[in-house]
Design a protein around this ligand. Structure first.
Ligand code: HEM
Length: 238
């Protein structure tokens, strides 16, 4: 007798379980990047020399075993892979959930008050729309600080000056604040959901601990990132 364990049309690597685990692991890699990036940004409070030296040092990592900026490129490739896996799994799972529920979302969110017969749901809203805001922000952010093709406040060869020039302008501070709030809400739900996908949600007590951990990490990252823009805007830097 032949035993069929999964649909012959869905390869194992695209099964819902594998995609959820891939999404959780790639998300945790991105959380690691954010923690390191946020910590590095705080060097702006140590002054121009310390910040520019840090930006320069990032490019010298791994020398002479690796060429100049070699380690940075390895990190970039890892980041791009994590972002690609994260977005691919998110879109595939989202489309699958839509198809499975006739475009209405899960019955968990069923509501007689909502127009579509289901609530928009705090989690689905912050994850999907928050994710879109984060992608748009990242492109703008790279244009601002990495590719240097937008320079609010004035261009400079010094990374410190680029950061300080930008955050002296209110709308730059405001746009970063909006993006970082989206990042914060996305992390608050995403860290909890990712750890649950990896099997950590084993009891009520553990559930409370995971929620607390997710809140603490999200708040630390959001507040840590917001300190430089607000510090600069209110004249506490330089
Ligand atoms: C106030 C908040 C932030 C500030 C001041 C800031 C500052 C910077 C600076 C100065 C660089 C250029 C580093 C260099 O080339 O030496 C950079 C790169 C980058 N930032 Fe941010 N950043 C912030 C928030 C974020 C957030 C929230 C994300 C992700 C959602 C992010 C993602 C990146 C990425 C992907 C790079 C490119 C790294 C590379 O490949 O060189 N940043 N950031």
């Amino acid at each position: 007798m032949r035993t069929v364990t999964s649909s012959p049309r869905t390869p194992v690597w695209r099964s819902t379980v594998v995609l959820k685990v891939a999404m959780a692991i790639s998300g945790l890699v991105l959380v690691g990047f954010l923690l390191a990036h946020m910590y590095g940004n705080l060097k702006v409070f140590a002054g121009q020399e310390a910040f520019d030296e840090y930006a320069h040092h990032l490019r010298e990592l791994g020398e002479p075993m690796l060429p100049y900026a070699g380690a940075l490129w390895l990190i970039r490739i890892g980041l791009l892979a994590a972002i690609g896996v994260h977005i691919f799994s998110a879109v595939t799972l989202w489309r699958r959930a839509r198809a499975a529920t006739g475009g209405k979302g899960g019955s968990r969110y069923a509501s007689t008050q909502a127009k579509r017969g289901s609530q928009r749901g705090y989690a689905s809203f912050t994850m999907r729309w928050g994710g879109v805001v984060i992608i748009l922000f990242t492109v703008y952010h790279l244009m601002h600080f990495t590719w240097n093709n937008v320079a609010p406040g004035g261009a400079s060869d010094s990374p410190y000056e680029r950061v300080v020039n930008g955050f002296e302008i209110w709308w730059v501070v405001l746009s970063y604040t909006v993006a970082l709030l989206a990042v914060g809400f996305h992390l608050r739900h995403g860290i909890w959901a990712g750890l649950a996908s990896l099997g950590a949600n084993t009891s009520q007590r553990r559930r409370r601990q995971l929620n607390l951990l997710a809140t603490v990490v999200a708040v630390v990252i959001t507040v840590g990132f917001l300190l430089p823009p607000f510090g600069i805007f209110f004249g506490l830097v330089g």
